[in-house]
Structures are given as C-alpha cells and as structure tokens.
Design a protein around this ligand. Structure first.
Ligand code: ATP
Length: 439
C-alpha cells in the first residue's frame, strides 16, 4: 500500500511532489498547533497558541507562536518530546526528495526503483528546539544532530583557561569552563557515555595544564576506566574502595582547611585572587558505591557517611579554594545525589536516563529531557545557566595514549625490576619502558 501510494505520487509527476514539499512548512505549523491542542495546552476558555511568523534558516524552520495567557513556556517545554514525535509521524514515508524522484525512469519498473531509493535512504528524524523570549519559538530541524563526533586536537586549542571541550550542539562547539562553574554532575544510564566523557575530561586537563592540574579519583566501580591514568604524574590517587577513599578525602579536607585558614587570615577571596594556578579535581565514579543509604556493614556505613560529609564540604566551600568536584552516577536518586552536592554543582551533563523521574532528580523539577534523548552514545543534555543538547566528542585510546603519554611516570617493567634487583650494586645500565595499561 505504502509503495503504491508513492508510485502513484511519482506517476502524478514532480509537480505533486513539489506541492507536497511545499506543504511541509504548513504541515509542521498545523501539526504543532494540533499537538498543542491534543496535549491539553489550551486555556480554560479554549484559547490556543497562535502563529506569529515563521522563518527559514539553514536546515531549519523557526515557528514563533504567541502563548495564551494562563499557559507558560514550561508547560510547552515539558511536552517537547510529544511535539518531536508528532512531527515525525509518517515522516519517513515522505522522505523522498525531488532529486530522488528525478532519478526515476517512468518507463521502467517504478515500484522497484522506489524500493531501491528507500533501501539506500537513512531515515531522517526531525528534531526540535524550544525557547522563549516573550514568544514561544519552536525550531524544527530537517536533519538530526550528528550522532558521532570524533575528538581532534584543535578542540583543545579552542579552549582557554580551565575550559575543556564537551562536544557540539546544533549550533556551536560546546566547552565547559571549570573556573566559572567549578562542580559538575555527570549522570546517565549504563553504556551511554559517562566513562568516555570522564576520559575526555581527564585527558584534556592533563594535556592543557600538565603542571597545574591534580586529580583524586574515587573509582569504586572497580572498572578499568582510569587504568590509563593511574600513573600520570597529575593523578594523586585512584581509590578503589571505601577505605582508600576516606583516606584520600581526609587528606583533601586537611589541605582544604589549611588553605581556607590562610585565605581567611590574608583576606583572600578565592583561588584566582590568590594567584594559585593549581586546580585539584576530585572525581567520584560511581556515587552509588559511596552512598551510605542501604549500607548494612556498620563500620563501612560510618566511613561512607564521613565520605559524604567531606564531598558535601568540597561542593559547598572548596570551589573558591581551587577544588573541583565531578560527581558521577548512573543511579539518579536522592540517595546517590546528596542535596548539598546537587545544589552546588551548577553544571550537569546528563546522558540518557531511563525515566522522567530520574531526569528530574538530576536536572530539576519538570526537566524530563534526559529521559527522551535518542539512544545514541555520547548524546547528552548539558545544563549550566542554559540547556543544550550536545553530542560529546569521542576520544580513542590512541588519542589518550598520545596526549597523556609524556606525563606518565616511567616505571620499570616487572622483569626489568628483577634484573635491577640482582644488579643492586648497579654497574649495568638501567633500562626503562613506558608502561601504559590498555583498557
Ligand atoms: N561520545 C561518544 N561518541 C560515540 N560513542 C560513544 C561516546 N561515548 C561512549 N560511546 C560508546 O558507548 C560505549 C559505552 O560508553 P561508556 O563506557 O562511556 O558508558 P558508561 O555510561 O560509562 O557506562 P557504564 O555506566 O556502564 O560504565 C563506549 O564503549 C563507546 O563505544
């Protein structure tokens, strides 16, 4: 049936197709209005959004609507995924361009030719962006945001100060500035790109600030994500369990308190005013492993509570002292994301989450976008004072090795250690190799 409809369209000629394409604009506007009405975005006295104007840009059409009194932008934003789905209904069936139709030989087997065009076609999904400046603006993009972004070193040269590359949004290269917003929550369901982002973060910071950055990494997941970095001279420790974590955090608290005392005595406002170049990143992966709630072992629970207190303190006061908290979790609940951390981490990078509730735990009330992201690794909602959908840059292991290689502490291989031992008086020349663990 579908192919019959299309074949008759072709037979009907290019004029019909052109007409259909022209209808695309009108259709989207009408669809948006109908979706709004069908999802209850109507005032009690029946008033609906009214089109003010539409403009075409490069790859998108922007519709500007007036919102009736009594409805808010948030009401519309909450339903963004409903609008997006609505605009895509039947979209793939009409995704044949004029150029495609021109290739069809009307004297040949039309059905077979259409089948072949469709077989070679990637289904395009329209994506939308919503904003508000007194009017509701809905931008409908003809093509989706790229689903893969290869990291390249020019991204680093585009970063200033304590900025790191994140990826791209639909309109720009996206960076995060850790001197403007010190703490970040990274959340997302399993296999959606958290670890890849953490590797991008650590590698970028080591490459950009080899002499000024330090890391304390609480890697209680027991994975191999940080194996590559553990011997980098910038990495103070990679704690693998609660005991190692509390030891590392107590050391940070002591250092923090000393610095705080010094700043208070000297009347220094923050690390920038003090001219301190160093920034100390504390990375927690995975927060659920350090959460005290649900811990049954009394002693471990006590240690976890202490860990939580220190982490909350870092989030609350240590930004000004040069500490940066990167708090990661795949379980977005109130237990894994303590209130103090959430309130003080003004940046959130949230990969796809399974439910709207989880999305709201991370991004705030009414913010359900993370639940409606497409199933694309590296696709995330990046929220600071504004919200952007981004595709994070993907760094290969070769990139990481090349960039951090010069900063890895050279240590002898096992067999060379043994040779070294037997030559303790040391006449034989020492030979060392660079050891970078592969994950
Ligand atoms: N930015 C990206 N672009 C393209 N592919 C990516 C990106 N990030 C991650 N991936 C792919 O997704 C896979 C899973 O990513 P990653 O290991 O970062 O997930 P995760 O969220 O840390 O999962 P888990 O919580 O289970 O450890 C990677 O092996 C990689 O193939």
């Amino acid at each position: 049936m579908f192919f019959e409809v299309l074949s008759s369209l072709v037979a009907g000629g290019i004029a019909v197709t052109a007409y259909l394409k022209q209808q695309g604009v009108g259709n989207d506007k009408t669809k948006i209005e109908r979706i709004a009405a069908n999802t209850g975005l109507v005032t009690k006295d029946g008033k609906q959004i009214r089109i003010h104007r539409h403009t075409r840009g490069d790859g998108f059409t922007e519709y500007v609507f007036q919102i009736p009194l009594g409805l808010s932008f948030a009401d519309f934003e909450k339903k963004k995924h409903v609008f997006e789905d609505g605009l895509n209904i039947k979209r793939s069936t009409l995704d044949i361009s004029l150029a495609d139709l021109k290739t069809i030989n009307l004297h040949g087997n039309i059905l077979e030719q259409i089948k072949s065009i469709l077989a070679n076609k990637k289904k395009l999904r329209k994506e939308i962006e919503m904003s508000f400046d007194g009017m509701l603006k809905i931008r409908v993009y003809e093509r989706p945001l790229t689903d893969f972004l290869t990291f390249d070193e020019t991204m680093l040269s585009r970063c200033n100060g304590w900025e790191i590359p994140i990826g791209v949004s639909r309109t720009e290269f996206v960076k995060h500035d850790f001197d403007t917003i010190p703490h970040m929550i990274v959340a997302g369901a399993t296999q959606k790109g958290k670890s890849a982002f953490l590797k991008l973060l650590v590698t970028s910071l080591i490459a950009l600030h080899p002499d000024d950055v330090r890391f304390t990494i609480l890697d209680l997941k027991g994975g191999l994500v940080f194996a590559k970095f553990k011997d980098a001279r910038q990495v103070e420790c990679v704690a693998k369990n609660v005991h190692e974590s509390i030891e590392a955090l107590r050391a940070i608290r002591e250092e923090m308190n000393k610095r705080l005392e010094h700043f208070l005595d000297a009347g220094i406002e923050d690390v920038r005013a003090a001219g301190v170049k160093e920034r100390h990143f504390v990375i927690v992966d995975e927060a659920a492993q350090i959460a005290s709630a649900g811990e049954t072992d009394k002693e471990i629970k006590r240690l976890k509570i202490e860990c939580e207190h220190i982490l909350a303190e870092i989030a609350r006061v240590a930004g000004a002292l040069g500490y940066r908290l990167i708090f990661c979790t795949q379980y977005a609940t109130a237990d894994t994301l303590p209130r103090q951390v959430k309130q003080n981490a003004d940046a959130k990078l949230c990969f796809k989450l399974q439910t709207e509730v989880a999305s709201q735990v991370v991004l705030g009330e009414g913010e359900t976008d993370a639940a409606h992201l497409p199933l694309i690794p590296g696709r995330a909602v990046y929220v600071t004072d504004r919200k952007q959908i981004v595709q994070c840059a993907y760094l290969t292991n070769d990139d990481i090795n090349r960039l951090i290689g010069p900063h890895i502490n050279i240590r002898p291989r096992k067999e060379e250690k043994n040779v070294e031992k037997s030559n303790q008086e040391g006449t034989a020349p020492r030979s060392y190799s660079l050891v970078i663990s592969e994950t």
